[in-house]
Write a protein that binds this ligand. Structure first.
Ligand SMILES: CC(C)(COP(=O)(O)OP(=O)(O)OC[C@H]1O[C@@H](n2cnc3c(N)ncnc32)[C@H](O)[C@@H]1OP(=O)(O)O)[C@@H](O)C(=O)NCCC(=O)NCCS
Length: 201
């Protein structure tokens, strides 16, 4: 602890931020789980009639000082429409960035998301100009699944309809537009598999 004095102040600030964070979750009808570590106040936006479930062991870092990579915005967890589902498993960790579900985003256990990444299962706006004017809410959506033990690097964008397979790693700054198989390292824009991780014996 003495070698990393900023961690002491981070812990003090975490405890001071607790009441505010707890109120934010409670106002959104979200049960406070076991062993949650919430640094700074996240932004929680739950559409009434949608589902937002967060597992035990949640770690959210919204304050700039809470991670050397520096959150450039608080963590934003959002369900965008009635009936949307955002479900996150146990031991999830994220610094800054956004997860927004208009339809369904399912995240497994032990998933880590690097600083300032964005995961959205909708285009937010229709692609056709007339529709965009007349029915702006008719954007395309497709569910996202992020399986157990996935590690997503910093500044990534995960777009609608993708499945990231168990144990895979997404390189920093990648844009994921297609499925990534299990135990793969994928990177780039659009993200492509660059290496397959060895199976554990
Ligand atoms: C994805 C990553 C883990 C891969 O590491 P690695 O297996 O050691 O990969 P290498 O450095 O050997 O690179 C292999 C190839 O992929 C490319 N590559 C690696 N990371 C890349 C990235 N983020 N985007 C685009 N291409 C990438 C390399 O240029 C290299 O290409 P080449 O074979 O044509 O030379 C690493 O590059 C990375 O992005 N780490 C950052 C993780 C992060 O964001 N952590 C912060 C969490 S908060």
């Amino acid at each position: 602890m003495f070698e990393t004095p900023w961690k002491i102040s981070n812990e003090i600030l975490r405890r001071l931020a607790y009441p505010r964070a707890r109120i934010r979750f409670a106002l959104n009808g979200i049960h406070w789980g076991k062993n949650w570590r919430i640094y700074g106040a996240p932004i929680i936006q739950r559409f009434r009639g949608s589902t937002l479930v967060l597992g035990n062991g949640l770690g959210l870092r919204s304050s700039v000082r809470s991670n050397p990579l520096g959150a450039n915005r608080p963590v934003i967890l959002c369900t965008w429409k009635k009936g949307a589902v955002l479900e996150i498993g146990e031991n999830f960790g994220m610094t800054g960035g956004t997860i927004c579900a208009a339809e369904r985003i399912q995240i497994g256990d032990n998933v880590i998301i690097g600083a300032n990444s964005t995961i959205i299962d909708t285009d937010f706006h229709p692609l056709d100009a007339d529709t965009r004017r007349r029915q702006p809410q008719d954007a395309r959506t497709a569910p996202i699944v992020i399986e157990d033990d996935v590690f997503i690097g910093m500044n990534c964008t995960i777009l609608k309809g993708v499945v990231i397979g168990r144990g895979s790693v997404i390189g920093a700054g990648s844009v994921v537009t297609h499925d990534i198989p299990a135990r793969s390292i994928a990177a780039g824009n659009p993200a492509r598999v660059i290496r397959v991780l060895a199976q554990r014996a």
